[in-house]
Write a protein that binds this ligand. Structure first.
Ligand code: KG4
Ligand code: ZN
Length: 325
């Protein structure tokens, strides 16, 4: 069965196609993302502009995805689209597009949680089956879930303030490294000294599994004002952010007896983070190339998991949920 996945939760118009085979295995057949450039001038996402760009682009991105998969629209067997969380105007574009398509083709429709999509992005690499721990680190989320059974998500820790990706973006901005900040910080860090600025790991010594990045952001601002070089600031910030994410996740995995850890979301593209998780001795599963940041294929992969688990499709009358948990 061929499943179309649509994500328009923020500033990327994503459409992907995933094949669900009779043996339950999956393959990504297409993954097209239009990343909106209009926001760069503002240093952050402008919600109304994002909605308008989705409206203008979605049909084109969909045609490109079908072409990449080498199929026609009539070959689709199901549609999955993100219903939340995200910018509500932006979400509605993809959600209504997906529902309209499902209705026109008379095929099942699956409303998908954006974070479930991020987690299932890792299913592009290895079959995901519970129990496992999942760390979603993106521009909007730093959430640690225990997954005792497939489809069941228990939040065990989260950021108390900024998301990790947001902190990367802000540090990049104050150091003059550009936007989006994650890749810029990662690139600059290669030329910097990770020990140049002495950042402390946030919430060190806590018994829970929360994260915090706003204090680091302030410390980075002070270091910048005191004359730290942008590359050193990038390297030192990245080192402490990675340390915090790895230490807390690994401690949770040990405490909860989980051997497998899924690490996904935009920040999971970070090379230093991947290296550090690779040294933990846990089985760590990352999404494949192009599946870390927001995309449609991850939504199709979550749809495939729902179909495989025998979950009932959703009605066409449910709306978008901007702030779903
Ligand atoms: O998952 P995503 O595309 O959107 C959200 O749902 O938020 O994540 C985007 C975030 C941005 O904050 C971006 O700076 C960060 O992921 N990011 C990275 C890297 N690539 C993207 N952060 C660190 N290192 C990277 N290589
Ligand atoms: Zn996301």
């Amino acid at each position: 069965m061929l499943i179309l996945g649509v994500d328009t939760s923020c500033d990327d118009t994503g459409v992907g196609v995933v094949e669900l085979r009779p043996d339950g295995s999956v393959a990504v057949r297409a993954n097209r993302v239009w990343s909106q450039a209009v926001h760069a001038a503002y240093g952050g996402v402008m919600p109304e502009l994002a909605s308008r760009e989705h409206v203008e682009r979605i049909d084109r991105v969909m045609q490109d995805a079908l072409q990449e998969a080498g199929i026609t629209v009539s070959e689709l067997g199901a549609v999955a689209a993100t219903s939340g969380p995200g910018l509500v105007g932006a979400l509605l574009v993809g959600l209504m597009y997906g529902k309209g398509l499902a209705q026109a083709l008379d095929i099942p429709f699956y409303a998908t949680h954006h974070l479930e999509g991020h987690i299932y992005a890792a299913a592009s690499e290895e079959a995901l089956s519970a129990p496992y721990l999942a760390l979603v680190v993106s521009g909007g989320h730093t959430h640690l879930f225990d997954v005792p059974q497939d489809g069941q998500y228990v939040l065990v820790g989260a950021t108390r303030d900024d998301a990790a990706g947001e902190a990367f973006d802000k540090v990049a901005r104050l150091a003059g490294l550009g936007y989006p900040g994650g890749p810029a910080v990662s690139e600059a860090a290669k030329r910097g000294d990770p020990k140049a600025v002495a950042f402390r790991v946030p919430l060190a010594g806590q018994s829970g599994y929360d994260f915090s990045f706003s204090g680091l952001k302030t410390a980075a601002l002070l270091a910048h004002r005191a004359g730290a070089k942008p590359e050193d600031l990038a390297a030192s910030f990245q080192a402490v952010a990675v340390k915090s994410l790895v230490q807390t996740s690994v401690r949770a995995a040990h405490d909860l007896g989980r051997q497998t850890l899924v690490v996904s979301g935009g920040v999971a593209a970070n090379a230093a983070l991947r290296e550090a998780f690779g040294r933990t001795g846990l089985r760590v599963v990352f999404p494949g190339r192009g599946l870390n940041t927001d995309n449609g294929a991850m939504i199709a992969l979550a749809g495939a998991a729902a179909i495989r688990a025998g979950r009932a499709p959703h009605g066409l009358s449910d709306g978008a949920e901007a702030y779903a948990p």
